[in-house]
Write a protein that binds this ligand. Structure first.
Ligand code: FAD
Length: 413
């Protein structure tokens, strides 16, 4: 399958390719092939280069510092970067700012919010964490209990959030908070932007099973934020939150489909390198190849919707469930191909946690494959679990009757 985008997008692709060819050394093998020292040096200048060339957020309006291009050009940049093995997001918080908060503020924010937050997100002066989940509100997102009360021209926030990806690297959090406890569950929520740098905010890292501390908890104890930092109006938080989740679930697009294809080719090379030629494993590899093509088609469909100016709707759950379930399948296959090698991993470490490794990771690195296997586990949980995605697809895409919801404990007798 070789589907071409518009002529303008293909011309832009040629421009991006030539820009990358000028910028990268002739012996470039992909970002993952760099040593830690080389990588540190690369990262120091690469983000600046992206901002200067309007490649960090090519699809954002130029009046706020974006590239002023259409969504298709944005997709072309991401795809060419995956092909060349260079990152579009340098900081750990970049995916949260660029994929989630930025598009949401551009969609729902006031002019003043766009002018303040968008350029600062691009420059990384503001680095975002996503504050949706709470200890008692994950799948039941609209059950959040963190409260915000207006006090003069400031909101006062009390409560806590959990599982913030890159939360310890952020300096602001966007949080779904309850501003009207009397209103029905979803109607009493608002979407609030809160700075970390104040006595009322405490951030604690969470240690994960791979030994990392990529997640965090955030506690609010009379934390304050300006009344101007409410996005979408008081009581409209559920709608704003769903718009952002649409961006989250449909994120990745064609670039992610390409990255999964490159990953699968690396797995094929691993199979060859280990001399594994089992017919069942070969069939599973072929089955994964089919899924990669389906995900590419889905990404093209999502791009068509986005190009028409519509924010992603409940259909984004289809991409989310397919990609996250696929990543479990392909990394389980990798571990089966490794066999006993998976128990004593050797070779270069993995370079990214969530999603396929960028170009430059050795195919026969069992360390990287085992890390991918572990990191694929939470994919069917974060951004909404697979069960929740299937409910969304059933109810909101296919129009099936609503799943029976749990009866509140007080009424259950
Ligand atoms: C790696 C990682 C990163 C994350 N990053 C962030 C982040 O940056 N910001 C943030 O706010 N949150 C983040 N989360 C939290 C994530 O959004 C929640 O874990 C997720 O929404 C599930 O909520 P929960 O953990 O409370 O599980 P629960 O909601 O308690 O669910 C437990 C189980 O019950 C099932 N279940 C629940 N309700 C239903 C239902 N109605 N029908 C069928 N099955 C159901 C679920 O599918 C799941 O299997 C992250 C999580 C992980 C693992």
């Amino acid at each position: 399958m070789d589907i071409k985008l518009s002529d303008a997008a293909e011309q832009y692709r040629a421009r991006v390719r030539s820009l990358l060819a000028q910028e990268l050394p002739a012996d470039w093998r992909g970002i993952a092939a760099l040593s830690p020292e080389e990588r540190e040096q690369f990262d120091r200048t690469w983000r600046e280069f992206l901002v200067e060339q309007s490649l960090l957020a090519p699809g954002w309006p130029s009046e706020y510092g974006g590239g002023g291009l259409d969504i298709t050009s944005h997709s072309v940049v991401a795809e060419e970067f995956a092909r060349a093995g260079v990152p579009q997001h340098v900081l750990l918080t970049d995916p949260v700012g660029m994929t989630l908060l930025g598009p949401t503020v551009l969609h729902w924010g006031t002019e003043a919010q766009k002018q303040y937050f968008i350029p600062r997100t691009l420059s990384a002066e503001i680095r975002w964490a996503q504050g949706y989940s709470e200890p008692e509100a994950g799948s039941d997102l609209f059950g959040v209990r963190t409260r915000a009360v207006l006090d003069g021209d400031e909101w006062v926030v009390n409560g806590s959030k959990i599982w913030q990806t890159a939360g310890a690297h952020a300096n602001w959090i966007f949080a779904l908070v309850r501003t009207d406890p009397e209103a029905p569950k979803a109607k009493g929520l608002s979407f609030l932007l809160i700075p970390y740098d104040q006595p009322g905010v405490e951030v604690r890292a969470i240690k994960t099973m791979d030994g990392g501390a990529e997640l965090a908890e955030v506690f609010f104890d009379n934390a304050r934020t300006s009344a101007d930092n409410l996005v979408g109006g008081a009581g409209n938080g559920a709608k704003v939150a769903l718009t952002l989740l649409g961006f989250e679930r449909g994120s990745g697009g064609i670039a992610l489909a390409l990255a999964t294809k490159l990953e699968l080719l690396r797995l094929r090379d691993a199979m060859r390198s280990f001399g594994v030629d089992d017919v069942t494993l070969r069939r599973r590899l072929a089955d994964c190849w089919t899924s990669v093509h389906v995900m590419h088609c889905l990404a093209l469909r999502n791009l068509t919707v986005a190009a028409s100016g519509r924010p992603p709707g409940p259909e984004s759950s289809i991409s989310k469930v397919m990609m996250s379930e696929y990543r479990k399948r392909v990394t389980e296959l990798a571990v089966d191909i490794l066999g006993p090698r998976a128990l004593t991993p050797t070779g270069m470490p993995s370079k990214v946690n969530l999603g396929p490794q960028p170009l430059g990771v050795d195919a026969d690195s069992s360390t990287a494959w085992v890390a991918d296997f572990l990191h694929a586990r939470p994919g069917t949980v974060y951004g909404g679990s697979s069960e929740i995605q299937r409910n969304t697809i059933g109810e909101q895409v296919l129009g099936l009757p609503r799943e029976p919801r749990p009866v509140p404990a007080t009424k259950a007798g």
